[in-house]
Design a protein around this ligand. Sequence first.
Ligand code: CP
Length: 323
Amino acid sequence: MKLKTEARETLSTPWPHRHRHILDLDDFSPGDVELVFNTAEAMKEILSREIKRVPTLRGKTVVTLFYEPSTRTRASFELAAKNLSADVVSVTSTTSSVVKGESLVDTIRTLESLGADVIVLRHPCSGAPNLAAQSTSVSIINAGDGWHAHPTQALLDLYTVREVKKKLDGLKVVIVGDVLHSRVARSNIWGFSLMGADVVLCGPPPLLPSWWGKAYPWVRLEWDVERALDGADVVMALRLQLERQGGEAGLSLREYIQSYQINGPRLALAKADALLLHPGPVNEGIELSPEVSQGSQSFIQAQVSNGVAIRMALLYLLCGGGA
Ligand code: CP
């Protein structure tokens, strides 16, 4: 199974067998990330064609199994699989036998018996993809589990920054907002740190407890947003996860906006060519002011577009490409 593109020739490193599943980035090496990037580059070439479809995964079946709402992750995985000519089956917890009490493990084994080659799983419980991976020989891709991890989001974030900056090593990456509840922040800490960036976390103390300094001793914690943003190369605002909070934010939306919203004057503290990212969905007018979310430094739409190429790359690699 080979991609017929010149970029495919750059894939000299085989995809490591330890990555039968994509559960987080904590077991990735810089070479693994580079291989995903090189493969995504080949996928972008396919996406630039008038007919964005290749037969690479014909005969393979990709199932998206979502226990939580999603727009970007689910749509981009389904587009990615279809662009590679895989068969795609979408299962949501609300319209499946989950509502009759079927367990996660039973659901995974049922999908395996139906012929799934890859299951893309989003679940509100941290660790659910790890449990699924222990229960099946099908490849599991974590599409976001609880507060734990969102590795494919982090890979597309890294890729978006690398595409513009041509490097990741030595960049100052400031992640601002609801760090506590953020699986995106956790996976991006691993990813950006692995690739040599300096990560700074910033948020109100209830959403950035000081114990994060013990969990990730190599990252800097900063509770003052102006100090955090000074000289940043990348500013990533996180969604205020109102649905996951039990009032522990400790401040009102108005106070959050006053103290932590990324607006024009605050973004101006970062480097003039700093990238503004947000994993989405954005709470309009809360994490970002309208002027910056639609401004020239915003790469939010590029993140979404790159999500298709990154997910095509991961499906290709998991299904035996690059071997
Ligand atoms: N970033 C992200 O995971 O968005 P969705 O919830 O829309 O998939």
